[in-house]
Design a protein around this ligand. Structure first.
Ligand code: PFF
Length: 449
């Protein structure tokens, strides 16, 4: 059955696809400035620890549940359930997961469309097409709608190609391209005036800033988004892993690539911001903090590129190309959630499933574009601050409490090279049962309070 439903052809392919899901806009527009404003290298170390203390165990819950069932989230939760109530609740969790993945994609596609727009605007401007260039880089209903649709079409094309020929093939091409571009851009920017100051802000540790509990819990919440947890993307990717593979190692590699690229992005973003400051661009907000997120990407960096003439055009093309790639490898994993459900539940072909899911999500996205002020922030808050941690909690409870311990250990021990249980096998089942749910509940309580 597994061959029929698709499987990653290689370990490298899986790591690129799962890391592609994890590495997204968040790594580049959020992490570096957050680190710089909150203790620099000290924050980087805390974040690394949090990623491994909270996000990695939840990632493992998803991968293990998925690989065990070789099916989507609803099938996976039903498979480990021991009675009708657990199965019913599992179905509910699975449906909320599919809905949340679609909701995240519906706002993500809008922002990703802007990346494509800015990426095209620079070369068009250089070629003299200033009207088109301005249209692509200015906020308007028509631009937002068109670029969102273009991005959704790209996502659909990859997903419709299937696990190996679509998702894996494109991840194996795009992720190395992303890493090479990121390194090349960072190396270039580091040679410019002002870069050293940015590097110092990023790297000089300030221990006094990292003990704020607010900061730690925000970072934990961010780690959930960063590793694409809760909504079933990692679960479905896990379901396409062959039984031959050793899951704890694969999961650790994915988490390492995700954190590694976030850290690497800091070597580009912070120096670039201080190079911009050196050229007179404002990089601080009124409260004195570094500008971040959309203002960083669509105001500060474009101001830097504008100050550099032809070089600026090349840099802008490379940078927005990089952002578009990061966005695309994440969005394909989100679209795969509803698509795999439609394929498995209704035996639809992939093309039909991808088409239907894309149309539904594009309609949701259009509603956001048409009511941007009212809906954009709201959808982000509901899907990432509430729904993702809640779903993560449910997944921990299914892996830790519902799934029979001996069967869980059997799944983990598949292809375990050692006869003796490893450290991971001794600790993780206990950890995912008690520690993870407690941490997630605390995060949720703090979000609500
Ligand atoms: N991990 C992605 C990022 O950091 O941008 C976002 C994401 C992807 C969230 C897939 C959720 C998801 F299912």
């Amino acid at each position: 059955m597994s061959a029929q439903r698709g499987e990653f052809g290689s370990r490298f392919g899986f790591i690129m696809a799962a890391a592609g899901s994890a590495v997204g806009l968040g790594n580049i527009w959020g992490f570096p400035t957050q680190a710089a404003s909150n203790g620099g290298a000290a924050f980087v170390v805390v974040y690394l620890m949090l990623a491994f203390l909270l996000a990695y165990p939840v990632l493992m819950a998803e991968l293990t549940l998925g690989r065990h069932a070789h099916g989507n989230m609803i099938t996976a939760l039903a498979k480990v359930s021991r009675n009708g109530t657990q199965r019913g609740l599992g179905t509910l969790v699975g449906i909320v997961g599919i809905f949340t993945a679609s909701l995240i994609l519906s706002f993500y596609a809008i922002v990703s469309g802007w990346m494509i727009g800015f990426g095209l605007a620079y070369p068009l401007n250089a070629l003299g097409a200033t009207d088109a260039s301005t249209w692509l880089s200015e906020f308007s209903f028509n631009r937002n709608l068109l670029l969102m649709l273009v991005f959704m079409a790209l996502t659909m094309t990859v997903v419709a190609g299937g696990v190996e020929k679509g998702i894996e093939r494109w991840s194996k091409r795009l992720m190395p391209a992303l890493i090479v571009t990121l390194v090349a851009l960072a190396l270039y920017v580091l040679t410019l005036d002002g870069a050293a100051e940015g590097l110092a802000v990023y790297l000089v540790p300030d221990l006094s800033k990292i003990w704020s509990t607010d900061l730690i819990f925000n970072a934990m919440g961010a780690a959930f988004f960063s590793l694409s947890l809760g909504v079933g993307t990692m679960l479905i990717y896990g379901s396409y892993i062959s039984d031959e593979e050793h899951l704890p190692t694969l999961g650790a590699q994915v988490a390492l690539v995700d954190v590694g690229i976030a850290v690497l992005a800091g070597f580009l973003i912070l120096p670039a911001m201080y190079v911009a400051a050196d050229r007179g661009v404002m990089i601080f907000n009124e409260a004195g903090g570094l500008l971040s997120e959309d203002t960083l990407i669509f105001v500060v960096l474009p101001a830097l590129f504008d100050s550099m003439n032809e070089t600026g055009t090349v840099l802008a093309l490379a940078f927005f190309g990089l952002m578009s790639i990061a966005a695309l490898t994440s969005s394909i994993s989100m679209l795969e959630v509803p698509v795999s459900f439609l394929v498995e539940r209704f035996q639809w072909g992939r093309l039909q499933a991808a088409l239907v899911a894309t149309v539904i999500i594009s309609v949701m996205s259009t509603a956001i574009v048409a009511n941007f002020d009212a809906l954009f922030g709201l959808v982000i808050t509901i899907s990432t601050r509430y729904s993702q941690p809640l779903l993560g909690l449910a997944l921990c409870l299914y892996a830790g409490w519902v799934w029979r311990r001996d069967l869980l250990l059997k799944e983990l021990a598949k292809n375990e090279p050692l006869i003796e249980p490893t450290l991971f096998m001794k600790w993780w089942p206990w950890y995912v049962r008690f520690v993870c749910p407690t941490i997630v509940v605390v995060i949720l309580v703090r979000t609500i309070a």
